[in-house]
Design a protein around this ligand. Structure first.
Ligand SMILES: [Fe+2]
Length: 300
């Protein structure tokens, strides 16, 4: 696989209107664990080794502050800064030390459609959760973030040329992009606005996705789409609308690929009428989730 300097998707920073309520939800129900806090932010880890995978920031309205990747070498930061500017993006800051929990050195960029992406090297690692009962039912990490795009071709070109992503599959509505062996770390959905579509948290297996769906249901957060098994990426899914209408997904079984993966096109990924997943058990996405998927923007 052509080496991407982007490394691994690590975390997403989001603005929330009620920090305490959001922390209660993401720890008590979604099953992350608070690992650090500042005056107006909370940092949450999964069961994997990343210092945090989600940070919640007190704000007037929900938004996305940044999506952060953990890169393999300090040289990758310089390469990303140079390639960003050569391909229509903006260098926002760095490389410079990160002044927040998790640390490391980061370069922050904005892509041509205004998404703020941060690439960090030398960030802190924690021991993966040793506690079996915790690992069994906690998200390990974020496995993909999906962005709506007013022009997917523009965004796709930037992710390919500036950040070294490869196209894994293109359906009628979405471009699935990879930067390592995960089938996709980013997907770009055709839309009329540049908003956040959803954030996917990977669980240990299908049973953990199902138990998570039950836990959400018990707490009053119904399934908005799923449970089912996707076509591209082959992952199982269950989607919810969390606090502030962030769309969040429990997923598992994400297809691992290498250079031999044959990129699929729209004609490879069609469903029979009335079918929304491989199993044929999922109903279509709810109207609520379709609305929520268009609401949240990146910070200006
Ligand atoms: Fe997803």
């Amino acid at each position: 696989m052509p080496a991407s300097p982007a490394g691994q998707l690590r975390s997403i920073a989001i603005g929330v209107t009620d920090l305490d309520a959001a922390e209660r939800f993401y720890t008590g129900t979604w099953n992350l664990e608070s690992v650090a806090r500042t005056g107006d932010a909370v940092y949450l880890r999964g069961s994997g080794s990343f210092h945090h995978i989600l940070s919640l920031h007190r704000g007037d309205k929900p938004d996305v502050r940044n999506v952060t990747f953990s890169v393999a070498s300090a040289e990758d930061l310089d390469a990303i800064a140079a390639r960003t500017q050569a391909n229509g993006g903006k260098l926002v800051a760095g490389p410079q030390p990160v002044e927040e929990p998790g640390g490391g050195t980061a370069v922050t960029i904005a892509d041509p459609q205004g998404r703020v992406l941060r690439f960090v090297h030398g960030d802190e690692r924690l021991d993966a959760a040793a506690d079996d009962s915790r690992r069994r039912d906690a998200p390990e990490r974020i496995t993909h973030v999906v962005f709506n795009s007013s022009d997917v071709a523009v965004a796709q070109r930037f992710f390919e040329q500036a950040l070294g992503f490869c196209l894994s599959d293109r359906t009628k509505i979405m471009a699935f992009m990879r930067c390592n062996s995960d089938h996709h770390s980013i997907a770009l959905a055709d839309s009329d606005a540049d908003t956040l579509n959803h954030i996917a948290f990977v669980m240990p297996d299908l049973d953990a996705v199902m138990r998570g769906a039950g836990r959400m249901s018990d707490a009053g957060w119904p399934i908005e789409w799923g449970v089912g098994r996707h076509g591209p990426g082959n992952n199982v899914f269950s989607y919810f609308i969390g606090p502030d209408d962030f769309v969040i997904e429990y997923t598992a079984d994400v297809l691992q690929v290498d250079d031999s993966y044959k990129t699929g096109g729209p004609s490879d990924w069609t469903w029979p009428a009335g079918r929304f997943d491989q199993w044929g058990v999922s109903k279509p996405p709810s109207d609520r989730i379709k609305q929520a998927q268009k609401k949240i923007r990146f910070i200006e």
